[in-house]
Design a protein around this ligand. Structure first.
Ligand code: PEP
Ligand code: MG
Length: 897
């Protein structure tokens, strides 16, 4: 005989470990039942039954029988029958997935009422008004959620009756008015569905159950799951629970409460109570609620019991709990509890409070907060209470709240900022020429490009707020306007962008600063000056948990920084070194022409002259950087980007030359030479072209100059009594031969400079691992590399074959929608693919060179989920944007638990 799966569990049978099967609500109702708390009896239909139903379009065969049995047990226990004409049992039918999806799925209350049982209910309760009110609620909820009738149809009718009766709230309606409303609602149902409202209680129950199953797949539920990265295949459980009534008069009511304040984390219970009402009234905000203090005055006994239960639940769950409860004629009932959601600030405060109360250990406290939450606390935020006009929503590329006058080019940004004005740089996309404008701006908004586009990476590096890929915005830089969904914004007008949500607002939204950043940059004492108790508490909590993470973690955390200023900031934020200094960022602005000269040099003397001009500038850069990072490892990467980025735009130049020719104005020889060079260097796929070590091998003297500048800077620092710990990194290596060849050139220079300066420096030379071939041949590459640093941006690009600058807007929206992945692989490391290459390289690298230093310097180094992967993969450090250093420290600590 086939074994029958258990698809229905009485509350008394389950416990809180069973969230997979019973959903969060079901498992916690079971847990409260086990604790002996006053939970109305009931049972849970499992997520397995739901999955079966959703997969096959019908319930499992045995479900009907199992529900009947559970219903009988419920009826027998209470001595009442579902929908009985005398003193009927009524039930609620509620969804409850494993992960809470607030408001996303359906609930039906008062199931079991019909034209007969409503009278039995009125008699049993000795309250006509209550019985008819309950019946009209059932038809209304059932109509909306099970029969898909637009809710306005019911609401309009209810409003009309209230107006007719001169009632401001539904509580004031007379029994006769409510009875009339029931008839009206039944008419709405017949009219909308062509069928009468079902009178059979069991049919009501089965239909409601199916509606809850179906609500798993509504658009809004799917969208919510996508955003929260909840898998689509979990399904929801259904909880059938004996009704208790908060709408039985003035000695009844319903409420929600929290064992601590979920918004601020303040100690002390917190909640809302509504007299003479059912659950949905509180959430719907129909009437003004009372505080728990008011509740205590109104019903001291129930309040005292609730207080006892709250403490009991906190002790049991060892965390903040939220609770839904109902009082039926002075008797308290628990309808739901769970470990409650909370804001980022509350998470930190509550975790440390619980340590102080000796409820949890410090290690556990660390598991209660996340890097995402810390990141949220670090950025200034828009005042949540301010009114706002949303223009569009795009990618949240670099968090923060920025307000400024719109400008469309870098020069205007710089000029206006110099006048002390706040500007927002709006570009179709940014390129290295925009850097000064980005520095001058409070925020950056682009209409193209994804989270690893230039704008996003650079903005994150600088801690600049950035929203990118806002495709609904048409940026007309010529006309100096942008158009978005029917609104036109001209240069100089104000916009507000939220880099944590990707939202773009018209005008100026007020911003509140973060004391957490003051703490991180300037220490606890500075942060505590002049802040209120709540902020002070928060800062202390962050301090304690971050220090505990530092004590716990194995991974070191470095920063990606290209100049002394960023390096200093990174250091103050706790960076233990520089994992990546991108030297190409040192050639922007005025210096670009020097590189242009180098590229255009037609003979060795011209090239040497160009290099000679660059050498002192680079040396000075490195001296500054090594001074800022004295005593800490500083990895400087040799030049990486495609050379054409340093040349003028090909099309613009071609047009200029063509126009000059056509108008007979005469073309300058320089322009013609330049155009020829630009054409010669043009690449269809520059990301896979003359970059990295290829450049070093193709442009003689370039890497040599950089290595000389680095070594001379280190020597200068050492002679001045400093402690330079520089490491030289070669990018985009795919073959050990490339590294051998380049080392032939650069090892000699390192040795020469040391000999000339009379100092003995230890300068490890290593490579980035950012091509699949490098990962696969890491055993060989380690022969020539003293360290590896995983460039996970390029490694992701080349492993997937996704162009990092193009795909996010073009492809990822569809891929996320279709579920190819739940998060962009440029944002969070693809463990199965890119991660497998990293594991391989770690293993092979160590085979050749057991003590080889291994780091990560792609954007993933600051991504919370990815940090956990790197911990397990066994690398030594992660390196990320300065502002993500604290996040990485916290997550590295959490990973080590
Ligand atoms: C990388 O590819 O991960 C990396 C750090 O280098 P870049 O982003 O400069 O290409
Ligand atoms: Mg790279």
């Amino acid at each position: 005989m086939r074994e029958r799966a258990q698809l229905v569990y009485d509350f008394a049978d389950g416990d809180r470990s069973q969230t997979d099967l019973l959903g969060g609500k079901g498992a916690n109702l079971a847990e409260m039942t086990r604790l002996g708390l006053p939970v109305p009896p009931g049972f849970t239909i499992t997520t397995e039954a739901c999955r079966h139903y959703l997969d096959r379009g019908e319930e499992p065969q045995s479900l009907r029988v199992q529900v009947t049995m559970a219903l009988r047990r419920l009826e027998d226990g209470l001595g009442r029958r579902l929908g009985d004409i005398q003193d009927p049992l009524l039930v609620s039918v509620r969804s409850g997935a494993k992960v809470s999806m607030p408001g996303m799925m359906e609930t039906v209350l008062n199931v079991g009422l019909n034209d007969y049982s409503v009278k039995g209910l009125a008699e049993a309760a000795k309250d006509e008004r209550f019985a008819w009110d309950s019946y009209r609620r059932l038809i209304q909820m059932f109509g909306r959620t099970v029969l898909d009738i637009p809710s306005e149809r019911f609401e309009d009718r209810l409003d009309a009756v209230k107006t007719r009766e001169g009632a401001t709230t539904d509580v004031e309606l007379s029994p006769a008015a409510l009875q009339g409303l029931v008839e009206d609602f039944k008419d709405i149902v017949s009219d909308a569905t062509g069928r009468d409202f079902p009178q059979d209680p069991r049919e009501q129950l089965d239909m409601a159950m199916r509606a809850v199953f179906d609500s798993w797949n509504t658009d809004r539920a799917r969208i919510y799951r996508r955003r929260e990265r909840i898998p689509h295949d979990l399904g929801t459980a259904v909880n059938i629970c004996a009704m208790v009534f908060g709408n039985m008069g003035e000695d009844s009511g319903t409420g929600v409460c929290f064992t601590r304040d979920p918004a601020t984390g303040k100690q002390g219970v917190y909640g809302d109570y509504l007299v003479n009402a059912q659950g949905e009234d509180v959430v719907a905000g129909i009437r003004n609620t009372l505080s728990l203090e008011d509740f205590a005055r109104l019903d001291p006994a129930s309040h005292a019991e609730l207080t006892r239960i709250m403490r009991r639940l906190e002790t049991h769950y060892r965390d903040l709990c939220d609770i839904e409860f109902t009082v039926e004629r002075g008797k308290l009932w628990m309808l739901q509890t769970r470990v409650g959601k909370r804001t980022a600030g509350a998470a930190f405060r509550i975790a440390t409070q619980l340590v102080d109360e000796q409820v949890i250990t410090r290690d556990e406290a660390l598991t209660r907060v996340t890097g995402h939450q810390l990141a949220q606390l670090m950025f200034p935020q828009f005042d949540a209470d301010a009114p706002r006009t949303l223009l569009t929503k795009a990618m949240a590329a670099s968090p923060g709240a920025a307000v400024g006058e719109v400008v469309f080019d870098s020069a205007t940004a710089v000029a206006r900022a110099a006048e002390g004005r706040r500007v927002l740089l709006v570009r179709r996309e940014t390129n290295p020429d925009d850097l000064e404008g980005m520095i001058a701006a409070t925020g950056v908004l682009t209409s193209r490009g994804g989270k690893t586009s230039h704008a996003a990476v650079v903005a994150r590096g600088m801690g600049r707020t950035c929203v990118c890929g806002a495709e609904e915005i048409d940026v007309d830089a010529e006309a100096k306007v942008l158009r978005v969904n029917g609104t036109t914004i001209a240069e100089g007008e104000l916009l507000s962008i939220d880099g944590s949500t990707g939202e773009v607002f018209a005008g100026e939204l007020p911003v509140v600063p973060s004391p957490v950043v003051t703490y991180l940059e300037r220490g606890l004492d500075a942060a505590l000056e002049g802040v209120d108790e709540e902020a002070a508490d928060l800062v202390r909590a962050v301090d304690r948990l971050l220090r505990h993470a530092d004590r716990t973690r194995r991974l070191a955390v470095r920063a990606n920084a290209d100049n002394a200023e960023d390096a200093t900031r990174a250091r103050s934020l706790g960076a233990q070194g520089i994992g990546l200094c991108r030297t190409e960022h040192m050639f922007l602005g005025d210096r670009r022409v020097l590189i242009e000269r180098l590229i255009l040099a037609e003979d060795p003397p011209a090239r040497d002259a160009a290099l000679a001009e660059l050498l002192p500038l680079q040396r000075a850069d490195f001296v500054e950087l090594l001074t800022a990072m004295d005593g800490l490892p500083t990895t400087i990467r040799l030049l990486d980007p495609p050379l054409h980025e340093f040349l003028p735009d090909r099309t613009e130049l071609a047009v200029k030359v063509a126009v000059a020719k056509a108008t007979g104005d005469g073309v300058s020889a320089d322009d013609e030479r330049l155009l020829a060079a630009v054409e010669r260097l043009h690449e269809a796929n520059p990301m896979l072209g003359r970059r990295g070590v290829r450049l070093g091998l193709l442009v003689p003297g370039l890497y040599g100059m950089q290595v000389r500048a680095i070594t001379e800077a280190a020597a200068e620092r050492a002679l001045a009594g400093g402690d330079p710990r520089v490491e030289i990194m070669v990018p985009l290596v795919g073959s050990v031969m490339e590294l051998h060849l380049i080392r032939d050139e650069i090892d000699g220079i390192v040795a020469d400079v040391q000999a000339a300066a009379g100092v003995d420096l230890d300068i490890p030379i290593g490579t980035m691992i950012e091509l699949p071939r490098a990962a696969l041949t890491a055993r060989r590459i380690a022969e020539s590399a003293e360290f590896f640093s995983f460039g996970t941006n390029d490694l992701t690009q080349t492993t997937w074959g996704f162009s990092r600058d193009d795909v996010e807007a073009a492809i990822f929206a569809a891929y996320l929608e279709k579920g190819v992945f739940t998060v962009s692989p440029f944002e969070s490391l693809d463990r199965d693919g890119v991660g497998a290459l990293i594991r391989t390289a770690v293993e092979k690298g160590r085979e050749t060179r057991p003590g080889i230093k291994l780091g990560v310097c792609g954007e993933h180094g600051g991504d919370p989920d990815s940090v956990h992967f790197f911990h397990y993969a066994g690398v030594d450090y992660v390196s990320c944007s300065p502002f993500r250093v604290p996040v990485a420290r916290l997550e590295a600590g959490r990973a080590a638990l």
